[in-house]
Ligand binder design. Structure first.
Ligand SMILES: Nc1ncnc2c1ncn2[C@@H]1O[C@H](COP(=O)(O)OP(=O)(O)OP(=O)(O)O)[C@@H](O)[C@H]1O
Ligand SMILES: [Mg+2]
Length: 143
């Protein structure tokens, strides 16, 4: 997982969206932490389960980390600044945990990462849904 995150980090850019899905404890937050470490962020990284969004100004890139687990309805996405933060024109890359809970409200062009627990290990499946995420996925796969 750390190696995968390390390989993805240098390709991430402003406006990218990464949607993370997988069961509780699958490693979504773990993956975001590893990404931030790879981007040179040295502070603590916590799960934004309670505050729903956390902003990390890593030296290489700003990362907007969302956890939608506790969000009750899609109406609240606007209240937490989700649409503005995930607009491709907004600086920073968005990493969104529990994106599957609100599939209709996610950015159209996003890298989707599904993590499944397999014994002691993890299985990671990634798909793209537009030109931007397709390029990101290709760069990730090639590294
Ligand atoms: N290969 C691995 N990859 C990721 N996490 C692992 C791995 N092996 C063990 N773990 C452990 O599994 C746990 C994953 O927890 P994490 O908080 O990242 O899950 P999550 O998917 O974000 O869950 P939640 O839905 O509750 O937010 C951590 O305690 C981590 O240390
Ligand atoms: Mg988490």
């Amino acid at each position: 997982m750390d190696q995968l995150a390390c390989a993805l980090a240098p390709h991430l850019a402003d406006g990218d969206a990464v949607l993370l899905s997988g069961d509780m404890g699958a490693g979504k937050t773990h993956f975001v932490k590893a990404l931030l470490v790879a981007l040179g962020y040295e502070g603590p990284v916590t799960s934004p389960t309670f505050n729903l969004m956390q902003v990390y100004d890593a030296p290489a890139l700003t990362v907007l980390h969302f956890d939608l687990y506790r969000l009750e309805s899609a109406d609240q996405l606007d209240d937490i600044g989700f649409y503005e933060a995930t607009d491709a024109a907004t600086p920073g890359a968005a990493c969104i945990e529990w994106a599957d809970s609100f599939p209709d409200d996610m950015p159209d062009d996003a890298l989707r990462i599904r993590i499944t627990v397999e014994g002691e290990g993890r299985h990671v499946q990634a798909t793209s849904s537009g030109p931007r995420s397709e390029k990101l996925l290709a760069q990730w796969a090639a590294s």
